[in-house]
Unconditional design. Structure first.
Length: 251
């Protein structure tokens, strides 16, 4: 059993963070002593690990709370999903690292690279094209504002955004066997929604329209089919369920 201070030190957070998580019923202590001290046992400690893993994905606390409280939430499956995400990130970084090393050798004259090889590891960059094309469905001012926002990102920021988009889609693909309403699929949709804010911030109806367009538009579907033939249709269903559960869209 750990005290607030002990758990905070182990997890690399502040005691105030744990107090706040308690206040919003995200992480309640396993036991509160007569002296008011909070104590945490194994289940609470594992829950904190999940919270911090989801925070690494940039999910808002309320979304994390909703995910952890879903009746079908499976801790083991969640950890397996996190592992899949991390492996995808590692593979992406390893590929990019190899491309950087080869480019250095290319510039030093010890090897040669084709233009295509210079962009090995940036396959997920199609993500930007998907989102930019989806914007064409909406107001021209939205398209203009989104283009301006994208232009203002640095090269590193753009690469990170594109890589994150690929990771999100891979996580959603991994959740397909669990169903569109599963905790894993809904976590993926929540991440996707947050990710969309790099380009623009669609309202609920627009968010659903984008997901549905992935399947309805043959260009989008062809690109998504390269990742997984089930992904486009799955996205539309998972986003619909996400919005209905959040009360943002009538069932």
């Amino acid at each position: 059993m750990l005290t607030v201070k002990q758990l905070a030190n182990l997890a690399g957070v502040t005691p105030r963070t744990l107090h706040y998580y308690d206040e919003i019923n995200l992480l309640t202590p396993s036991q509160t002593g007569a002296n008011g001290y909070r104590y945490y046992q194994k289940d609470a400690i594992l829950r904190l690990q999940q919270i911090l893993l989801y925070r690494q994905m940039n999910l808002p606390l309320q979304q994390i709370k909703a995910l952890l409280e879903q009746p079908d939430f499976d801790l083991l499956y969640a950890l397996q999903s996190h592992r899949t995400n991390l492996q995808a990130q590692i593979q992406q970084l390893q590929t990019l690292l190899q491309t950087v090393d080869q480019t250095i050798q290319h510039l030093q004259g010890t090897t040669t690279m084709t233009p295509k090889q210079l962009f090995t590891g940036f396959n997920e960059a199609q993500q930007a094209e998907y989102e930019a094309e989806a914007l064409q469905t909406y107001d021209a001012e939205i398209v203009k504002a989104s283009a301006k926002r994208w232009k203002n990102y640095s090269a590193d920021e753009k690469n990170n955004i594109l890589a994150e988009g690929g990771e999100i889609y891979q996580a959603i693909i991994a959740a397909i066997p669990q169903g569109a309403g599963s905790a894993a699929a809904q976590a993926g949709v929540a991440r996707w929604r947050v990710h969309m804010s790099y380009f623009w911030t669609p309202n609920p109806a627009q968010l659903l329209a984008i997901a549905q367009n992935y399947s309805a538009d043959s260009r989008f579907k062809a690109n998504f089919d390269q990742m997984d033939e089930r992904l486009a249709g799955f996205m539309a269903e998972a986003v619909r369920i996400y919005l209905e559960r959040s009360g943002e869209l009538s069932a």
